[in-house]
Design a protein around this ligand. Structure first.
Ligand code: HEM
Length: 69
């Protein structure tokens, strides 16, 4: 998987660590692979420093992610 050095908390931690993290990872790998295969030129439409993030302490995510092909 190559992500063993990536000590993020997206799947929780400890005894309640996400039971299906491997499934979620596999789904996302397939989804992103197919997305990039089908839209090969897909790229960000803005500078990565300009991405606006949600103001939430609970769920981290972008407000929007403009792309161009
Ligand atoms: C990107 C997708 C996912 C994210 C970000 C995610 C995130 C998390 C997080 C943060 C927890 C810990 C909650 C806590 O500490 O109370 C958790 C627990 C859990 N997740 Fe996920 N999850 C994802 C996908 C899935 C999928 C696809 C399944 C099942 C099909 C799943 C099943 C579970 C279960 C059963 C637990 C409870 C584990 C326990 O309490 O021992 N998750 N998940």
């Amino acid at each position: 998987m190559g992500d063993m050095d990536n000590r993020h908390l997206a799947f929780g931690q400890g005894m309640h660590y996400c039971l299906d993290a491997p499934l979620a990872r596999m789904e996302l790998q397939i989804a992103f692979r197919l997305l990039l295969e089908r839209i090969p030129g897909l790229t960000l439409a803005l500078d990565s420093d300009s991405i606006k993030w949600r103001k939430s302490t609970f769920i981290r995510g972008v407000k929007e992610l403009p792309v161009r092909v």
